[in-house]
Write a protein that binds this ligand. Structure first.
Ligand code: PMP
Length: 280
């Protein structure tokens, strides 16, 4: 695989970073995942804006944002991507000569890593739905930043995998925040509920698209927290993300939701989302 690392296109076997890179030492960096539909990046500007915001919030001064789109398309060409591309992009504060917690005094170059992989989603999953478990949200208080510091969600996701589930849905003080790598939605009374934008959730690009689609389809939305102890009052649940698109949730812990509902709103949104991506 050819990857981009600090101004060079290299084989991934030859791409190395310093052990003193602050991304390696402190998870001092941010990332984005972006994908293509019809070989064209989907909602690129939204991803770029979110990346710029994440960089700003952790005070990484990176001047190369305008070149990223070109680099991604170069990587797609160089890797001869046949289907669609899934892009992973990470920017860390860079490396210094010694390990010191605070920012380096003199200016250093951020480390920029971009990779693309050939991506063929198994659409079947989007319709079949997934199992989830509920886990305590152990993350920090700036989940609005797409930080590479992901240990709490790595652990929660591992618990999900061990329970035979695809996603862990996170609960903070009795309220659902989001999934480990997805936003979470519930439906009742023909109304879509999702956690409001705050420092407790990542502002997902797919979530943004879903909220736009709700507006177009005249589906009511309430950006309000879903309470863990009131979950059973809702009759549809779904998660969203760049790779999961809109995926129905058919089980939460031992509670099997399928069979109780036709998932009408979820389906409506999936159809509209598909149409949007077909025309990307
Ligand atoms: N929340 C979290 C914590 C995530 O990591 C992701 C995936 N980036 C999402 C939500 C979904 O975001 P998006 O729709 O932009 O992929």
């Amino acid at each position: 695989m050819i990857v981009y690392l600090n101004n060079s296109y290299l084989s991934s076997d030859d791409a190395f970073i310093s052990p003193l890179d602050r991304g390696f030492l402190f998870a001092d960096g941010v990332y984005e995942s972006i994908r293509t539909y019809n070989k064209k990046l989907f909602r690129y500007n939204d991803h770029l804006e979110r990346l710029k915001r994440s960089l700003r919030e952790i005070e990484i001064d990176f001047e190369g944002c305008d070149s990223i789109e070109y680099i991604i398309y170069e990587l797609i060409k160089k890797n001869k991507v046949k289907n669609e591309a899934l892009v992973y992009l990470q920017i860390t504060r860079g490396s210094t000569s010694t390990r010191t917690h605070c920012f380096p005094e003199s200016k250093i170059n951020p480390t920029v890593f971009i990779s693309v992989k050939d991506y063929k989603p198994i659409k079947n999953e989007f319709y079949k739905g997934i199992k989830t478990i509920l886990e305590e949200d152990l993350r920090w208080l700036r989940c609005d930043i797409k930080s590479t510091s992901l240990l709490p969600v790595v652990l929660a996701n591992q618990k999900a995998a061990e329970a035979g589930a695809e996603e862990a849905v996170l609960v903070r003080n009795g309220l659902i925040t989001e999934g480990t790598h997805t936003n979470f939605f519930a439906v009742k009374d023909e109304t879509v509920f999702t956690a409001p934008a705050s420092n407790f959730v990542l502002d997902g690009i797919t979530k943004k698209v879903v909220l736009e689609l709700c507006k177009q389809l005249k589906i009511k939305v309430r950006e309000e927290h879903i309470r863990k102890d009131e979950m059973k009052n809702y009759n549809e649940f779904f998660i969203t993300s760049t790779t999961k698109e809109i995926t129905p949730v058919i089980q939460i812990d031992d509670w099997k939701i399928k069979g109780r509902t036709e998932g009408a709103i979820t389906k409506k949104l999936q159809v509209a989302f598909n149409e949007l991506t077909i025309n990307n």
